[in-house]
Design a protein around this ligand. Structure first.
Ligand code: NAP
Length: 525
């Protein structure tokens, strides 16, 4: 297969270790590197980004301006837009490349991921700076997103080395048996904007290392960052056609990619509405389709933090604010319901609100800003409707001021919400925290489980019995005891939910790559 083998020997790979998470804005390296990286990125704004199909850059006459949400007059980049014709070209290229890529040894495929991780690590601050400007991510949030992407590359490389070794299943009579995995074929990867590097990188890396070829459609709101994957995989020497980048509106090319008979797997992360649509469409089979499509699907959340009777108040204030308002509440894992038991309520809630009032709101590039803008005008409009709803269904405890320019929405805290309210059931995806007063721990637990989602959750309690009970009965994909409900780390905290939050495939976990392959068993006399 054409393409240069990066040559690193996987047999020498050290055991997986997570990248260091953000060391703080005052850390000397960070304080020096981040402002420089933002300036370096700002000097490159407004470039045009081509599609990448079969190892070649493809330009289109149609482009989309990707803008800085803190200042929509600032165009971050102009992104060429794939239509159905380009989507088809990418699928054809991926299908062709799949015939050779599938036979590249798993350990060799892993070397490309390790090399890509090296490239990303080398560009750490610069890659993070792009997210500060394109997605309004605070320094820490942007840096940790790149670190997570690197973790996915390094972890899945090692996972593939483990899974790529055929297993001896023992013998029966004179028959010997072994078991191995083969790739599925062409994978369509459809990603959200909120973890624009990490999630895209994780889904693409998993497919590539498993031996599938990829047609990657980034979110329209994060297609400049999406292009970083082209740059990284190109520098890693990935052969032509293995990774194809086709930014374009989901409404134009989404169904086309999902419906294609060339596709055997769709890896999707995004909203419940789009995820369910993909699952339904992927279930239909065309006459000329060889594969029953597999859908790896991660969707939304309506995550709760329970505050029991006794807990460490300072830790709770810090972690609840971070879980609810970090990156403006635009995380699938964000806390949007705070369920406080009656005994703790009056003592604690006013302190939380006082602490929230001190948080500064402004552009993400200013490290003093705790909260920045939301992703775009549509998000701003939708979230503002929920802010109004919060005032109707409950009582507003706090609504912050916001800068006049940019896609800001106020940091909002409302109380008086019960499971019957829409604010307790629907994903808001913004900085709106609904506080619910439960009569006791039993009711708090019941309310925590009372939505269609099951993604993350947390409980703060000094009562060991209640913590043990939560482990069994607080039914979410990622549960945290006495800490925030955001910030899962690859390998040590495999991430993903069930119910309407996803199909339970756990990104960054030991079973994830299995979704991208088919097992085969061979018996010999
Ligand atoms: P979204 O609106 O569902 O979009 C996700 C992706 O789907 C985008 O690339 C979008 O393209 C594409 N798309 C839109 N319509 C499509 C169609 N008909 N067929 C195929 N693809 C289509 O979600 P988002 O706003 O980007 O992300 C926020 C959501 O993601 C939240 O619900 C959040 O909870 C969820 N999320 C979940 C996880 C998790 O691990 N569970 C992680 C992160 C985010 P366009 O951008 O071009 O429309």
């Amino acid at each position: 297969m054409a393409g240069k083998n990066p040559g690193a020997s996987v047999s020498q790979l050290a055991p997986f270790k997570n990248e260091r998470i953000f060391p703080g804005v005052d850390h000397p390296t960070v304080a020096r590197a981040f402002p420089g990286a933002i300036a370096q990125v700002r000097a490159q704004l407004g470039k045009t980004y081509p599609l990448h199909i079969d190892g070649r850059d493809v330009t289109t006459s149609k482009t989309l301006d990707s803008v800085n949400p803190a200042d929509p007059d600032e165009v971050v980049g102009k992104v060429c837009q794939a239509g159905v014709a380009e989507a088809e070209q990418a699928l054809t290229a991926a299908q062709r490349a799949s015939l050779t890529w599938r036979d590249v040894a798993p350990a060799e495929r892993a070397t490309y991921l390790v090399k890509a991780a090296e490239v990303a690590r080398h560009r750490m601050f610069e890659l993070a700076a792009w997210q500060v400007l394109e997605e309004g991510k605070q320094w820490a949030q942007a840096y940790n997103d790149i670190a997570e992407g690197i973790d996915f590359l390094e972890y899945y490389a090692r996972e593939m080395v483990r899974l790529g070794t055929p297993q001896d299943l023992g013998s029966y009579d004179k028959e010997g048996n072994f078991y191995f995995y083969q790739p599925k074929g062409v994978a369509v990867v459809i990603a959200p904007w909120n973890f624009p590097f990490a999630i895209s990188c994780g889904m693409c890396a998993a497919a590539i290392v498993a031996g599938d070829t990829v047609v990657f459609k980034p979110s329209s709101q994060s297609s400049v960052v999406g292009h970083h994957l082209v740059e990284i995989f190109r520098e890693a020497g990935l052969p032509a056609g293995v990774f194809n980048y086709v930014p374009g509106p989901g409404s134009v090319i989404g169904d086309y990619l999902v419906d294609s008979p060339k596709v055997s797997l769709i890896a999707f992360t995004g909203s419940m509405a789009v995820g369910l649509r993909i699952i339904e469409r992927a279930a239909r089979t065309a006459e000329d389709q060889a594969y029953v499509k597999k859908v790896v699907c991660e969707m939304g959340g309506k995550n709760a933090i329970i505050l029991d009777e006794e807990f460490d108040e300072d830790a709770v204030i810090r972690d609840v604010l971070y879980s609810a308002f970090g990156y403006q509440g635009q995380k699938c894992s964000a806390c949007s319901r705070l369920i406080v038991t009656d005994k703790a309520y009056d003592r604690f809630v006013p302190k939380l609100v006082e602490a929230a009032k001190k948080l500064k709101i402004g552009p993400a590039e200013d490290p003093q800003s705790y909260m920045g803008p939301v992703i775009d005008r549509n998000a701003q409009r939708t979230i503002m409707q929920y802010v109004e709803l919060a005032a109707q269904e409950g009582k507003l405890l706090y609504q912050s001021e916001v800068p006049s320019k940019g896609y800001y929405v106020p940091l909002t805290i409302a109380e008086g919400i019960t499971p019957a309210h829409r604010l307790a059931q629907e994903e808001v995806f913004g900085p709106v925290l609904a506080i619910m007063r439960a009569k006791d721990f039993e009711q708090a637990l019941e309310w925590a489980n009372s939505t269609r989602f099951a993604l993350t959750g947390a409980i703060f309690s000094n009562n060991q019995e209640h913590l043990d009970r939560a482990v069994r009965d607080f039914r979410v994909g990622n549960l945290y005891l006495n800490r925030s409900c955001v910030g899962a780390l690859v390998k040590v905290q495999p991430f993903g939910g069930f119910k309407m939050s996803g199909v339970g495939t756990k990104a960054g976990g030991p079973d994830y790559l299995l979704h991208f392959m088919d097992p085969r068993s061979v018996t010999r006399q």
